[in-house]
Design a protein around this ligand. Sequence first.
Ligand SMILES: *[C@@H]1O[C@H](CO)[C@@H](O)[C@H](O)[C@H]1NC(C)=O
Ligand SMILES: *[C@@H]1O[C@H](CO)[C@@H](O)[C@H](O)[C@H]1NC(C)=O
Ligand SMILES: *[C@@H]1O[C@H](CO)[C@@H](O)[C@H](O)[C@H]1NC(C)=O
Ligand SMILES: *[C@@H]1O[C@H](CO)[C@@H](O)[C@H](O)[C@H]1NC(C)=O
Length: 525
Amino acid sequence: MSSSEVTAALLLSVITGSLGHICIVFPHQRGPLDISTSGNPSCFRHGAPCGGQNAEDPKVTLAAGGTAFIKWQQNYNHYSVGYSGYMDVAIAPLSSSDFKLLAVVSDKYVYAQDHQRNYTVVVSVPDMECDHCVIRVRYNAHKPGENTFYQCTDVRVTKTQMTQLLPQLPPYGKNEHICLHKALQLISPPHRRTTDGVTFYGIMYSRNQPDVANYVAVDAATGAIADITTLKYGVGFSRGRLGDVNANYIADGVAAVDPPRGITVMMNHLLSSSLDAPASTMLELGTNNGTVVRHGNVLGFDQRPFSAVVYQSFGQYLTFSIEEETTKPGNYYFVVGGLDWSGNWQEAVRMLDTENTYVNFQWAEYDPGRMMLFVLMGNENDADGLSARIYTFDVSNKSFMSHAEVDVSNYTFMSMQLYSKTGQLLAVSPGLFKDTYPGYSLVSVDPFTGAVVKLAEIAQAGIFENYYGGTIFNGVDQEKGFLYYMLRVADAEADVIATITLSDMTTTFSKITNIRHVHNLARGI
Ligand SMILES: *[C@@H]1O[C@H](CO)[C@@H](O)[C@H](O)[C@H]1NC(C)=O
Ligand SMILES: *[C@@H]1O[C@H](CO)[C@@H](O)[C@H](O)[C@H]1NC(C)=O
Ligand SMILES: *[C@@H]1O[C@H](CO)[C@@H](O)[C@H](O)[C@H]1NC(C)=O
Ligand SMILES: *[C@@H]1O[C@H](CO)[C@@H](O)[C@H](O)[C@H]1NC(C)=O
């Protein structure tokens, strides 16, 4: 190639790479909007904060403190393998650069750049009066060569008409948002709500500041998220910036609420240790205030990562870990340990035989009445059938008792929680793994026979996505007899919290919210 041909080829590749990427559909973005084609120029805007578009008069009025729907189209996908990007929505008064984050959606791997996909998020509007505010939607693909894409839309936020102002629904296509519309019908009227005054707590990482996480409160009735405090740890090292690995993070999916102490125990991975090291420090947070009450090394820790830390009694916890048999790779011991509030760890029970198939840890649940720990382990070779076993450990005499094969012929699940009043282990199940818009059921599971019995229908099919991660730590209110569970609305970035009343097996639903980015969600005390 001559040098001019090289230049032309380079130019061509730059131009082909510069197709359209993101457009705000509702409220209508600044300037023209055309989502009829992928790569449309109206969806291709760079430059903070608004892609170079001038402010316009607000076209939509939102209720301060209320709910709003924001819809955009990813008009081209730039998924970056190993370093996935995100889209986020934020609001600020006109001319301010102090954007408050409203929602984050992670980029999805669709294996094709030429891809159009609509997203609708449900956001909590800040409780402030604002004659002219700006909603900014960004797409940061993390992809080498792609700069962040920006769009803005202008809105008014008012407190005056709050009661009359219902959230305005975005326009939707023929087969779209049906699930969201059905979910909206589920919201329980206030007189049926059983969740007033109930609060969940969790950690939400900040995309822009991977070294910190926000400890947040989630209102069980409205789903509204409120910041409580900032923790100086991230959630998972993969959230760090490129080339700046953040290894000071809280382990996702491990949390134990200690009700008499008012403490939630989590595990933290230290900045100074290798990325391959297990999380070895114990982080004790005030459950309702997020204050770090204690953060210290686990003493006696044998370097096997804790799959679970489970509340046993005041200041006492059980741990579960999986330890490879060094002389027989691929074979594992299951180890139950005792951990106390000073961080002392000791092995308590070790299974004598090793296991090589049921090695996918899913959940550990302690029954203080029977002094037994039940551990749900999935079959490594049955990713879609989700066959599983329950391993039972007797903590009173420190012995492994038995395991049972779970009946997964009609109901599969990945967690189970004790209801102490009946001694039942309860699970929320979307049926079988292959069901895409499944109905949800409450089932009970017998840890000694593996028998599974349906107790009640929670939600009909056609509303929620097939998701196994909706369990809330400390999610059963043993005194009042409620089980709380989070469900994800299919085809929307929207969630609801279901409250099952265990005395009569009826279910009520929170308002629609967006809490899928809140980790280690636990019911407060
Ligand atoms: C996106 O939503 C618009 C309506 O706002 C609809 O016309 C279009 O078909 C949808 N596109 C996709 C890819 O679902
Ligand atoms: C936070 O809660 C914990 C547990 O209830 C308590 O010990 C601690 O004093 C509280 N901290 C603050 C600052 O209120
Ligand atoms: C431990 O206790 C259980 C139940 O009381 C009993 O079935 C089991 O045999 C005991 N195991 C040992 C090793 O003593
Ligand atoms: C599973 O469902 C089938 C079809 O409804 C039913 O015949 C069968 O008894 C169920 N099995 C169990 C274990 O509940």
